[in-house]
Design a protein around this ligand. Structure first.
Ligand SMILES: NC(=O)c1ccc[n+]([C@@H]2O[C@H](COP(=O)([O-])OP(=O)(O)OC[C@H]3O[C@@H](n4cnc5c(N)ncnc54)[C@H](O)[C@@H]3O)[C@@H](O)[C@H]2O)c1
Length: 320
C-alpha cells in the first residue's frame, strides 16, 4: 500500500507520523515547501515533490491523503480521483457544498473511494459517548453541550486559516468537528439557531443550538485573541445521568471511565490536545481500500451534509 501525502504542515505531519508507524505502508510526500518537508521527514528514502501532480505521475500510488488548506481540497481530490486514486481528505470536505458535490461526482464517475477525515468520529471520548447514546443505558438524551475553543490560529502556511475565503472561519474550520459529530450521532436536526460573534483581528465565536425531538445539542466554537490553551469538551445529560469529557478525563455519573486511546495518543504539536483517533481513521480507510468496501463510517454524502449545515448556520445566525 503506498500513500501520497499532499501537504506536510501541521496536520500533514500528524498523518505522516501515523503512516511511519504502520507496517506495510510506503509513503511519498508532496509539499510546495520542499526544504521544510525534507527537514520534517528526515528520511532520504521517502521521495518529496514540490508538485502533487508530478508525484501522482511518477509514483505508483494507491491513494492520496490531502492535508492542504481547505480551499484546495476539491481540486486536488478531483485530480487524484480522475487519475485513478482513492482519496482520504482532511476536514472540512471543501470550502462550500457545491465543491463537495464535485468531489462526490468524481468519486462515483471513477469508482474510487473518498473519505473525509472527520477524526472526532474516531476519537475515544466521542466513540464512548456514541456507545452510551446508542445503548440507551442512561435513557434518552436531555441536553448535550460541546465546546471547542482555541487561540486564533496564527501558525498556518501564509496565514490561510485566518482568511475567511480560504478556511471558512471558525465555523467551517473548527466548529465543524462538533457539528459533524452531532449529525453523525443524532441525524438531521428539526431546527437550528445560531449566534455568530465577529470579534476583532479575525477572532470568531459561533454558538449553535440543534433542536431534536425532546432534546437539544449545543455546539460552541471559538478562536480567541488570547493565548487560551486548546480545549475540546462535552457534557451530555441523559434522563438517568450524565457523561462528561473534560481535561482529558471521561466521567459517567461522576466516576472516571477508562477507554482505550488510539495509537496516536501523544502531543501533536498543533492546536490539539493529546489526541487519538488519527491512526484509527487512517487504518479504517486503508482497510476499506483493501477489502473494496465503501467507508460507511464517514460517507462523502454525510461529510457534504456537514458543510451544508455550516452554510445554513452562517446564513441564518444572529450576527453580534
Ligand atoms: N482533523 C483535525 O483535527 C485538523 C486539525 C488541523 C487542521 N486540519 C485540516 O487540515 C488541513 C491542513 O491544515 P494545517 O493545519 O495542516 O495547515 P498548514 O498551513 O499547517 O499546512 C498546509 C500545508 O500545505 C502545503 N501546501 C500549500 N499549497 C500546496 C500545494 N499546492 N501542494 C502541496 N502542498 C501545499 C503548505 O506548504 C503547508 O505545509 C486543513 O483542511 C485543516 O482544516 C484538521
Amino acid at each position: 500500500m503506498k500513500v501520497g501525502l499532499i501537504g506536510i504542515g501541521g496536520m500533514g505531519n500528524v498523518h505522516f507520523n501515523c503512516y511511519k508507524k504502520m507496517e506495510g505502508v510506503e509513503i511519498a510526500v508532496a509539499d510546495i515547501r520542499v526544504d521544510m518537508a525534507k527537514e520534517k521527514i528526515k528520511d532520504d528514502s521517502i521521495p518529496v515533490y514540490a508538485s502533487y501532480e508530478e508525484m501522482i505521475e511518477r509514483e505508483e500510488l494507491d491513494f492520496v491523503d490531502i492535508c492542504t488548506p481547505s480551499y484546495m481540497h476539491a481540486d486536488m481530490a478531483v485530480y487524484a480521483l480522475e487519475h485513478g486514486l482513492h482519496v482520504l481528505c482532511e476536514k472540512p470536505m471543501s470550502i462550500n457544498s457545491s465543491e463537495a458535490q464535485r468531489m462526490i461526482d468524481a468519486s462515483e464517475e471513477n469508482s474510487k473511494l473518498l473519505m473525509i477525515a472527520h477524526v472526532v468520529r474516531f476519537m475515544s471520548p466521542y466513540v464512548y459517548l456514541k456507545s452510551v447514546i446508542d445503548s440507551c443505558e442512561l435513557g434518552k438524551p436531555v441536553h448535550v453541550i460541546m465546546h471547542r475553543l482555541s487561540e486564533a490560529p496564527k501558525w498556518s502556511w501564509e496565514n490561510w486559516m485566518l482568511v475567511p475565503e480560504h478556511s471558512g472561519g471558525v465555523a467551517l474550520d473548527l466548529s465543524i468537528h462538533d457539528i459533524d459529530y452531532t449529525q453523525y450521532v443524532f441525524g438531521k436536526p428539526e431546527s437550528i439557531q445560531a449566534t455568530y460573534h465577529d470579534l476583532k483581528d479575525n477572532s470568531n465565536h459561533v454558538s449553535t443550538t440543534f433542536s431534536y425531538d425532546g432534546f437539544s445539542v449545543e455546539t460552541v466554537g471559538g478562536w480567541f485573541n488570547a493565548s487560551i490553551p486548546f480545549r475540546a469538551e462535552y457534557l451530555a445529560v441523559f434522563e438517568r445521568g450524565y457523561v462528561e469529557s473534560k481535561g482529558g478525563k471521561i466521567t459517567k455519573n461522576g466516576k472516571e471511565v477508562t477507554v482505550t486511546a488510539g495509537e496516536t495518543s501523544e502531543d501533536t504539536g498543533i492546536n490539539l490536545s493529546g489526541a487519538d483517533g488519527y491512526a484509527d481513521e487512517i487504518a479504517y480507510f486503508i482497510d476499506c481500500i483493501k477489502s473494496g468496501r465503501q467507508p460507511m463510517r464517514v460517507t462523502p454524502e454525510s461529510s457534504k451534509y456537514s458543510v451544508e449545515l455550516v452554510e445554513e448556520i452562517l446564513k441564518t445566525a444572529k450576527k453580534v
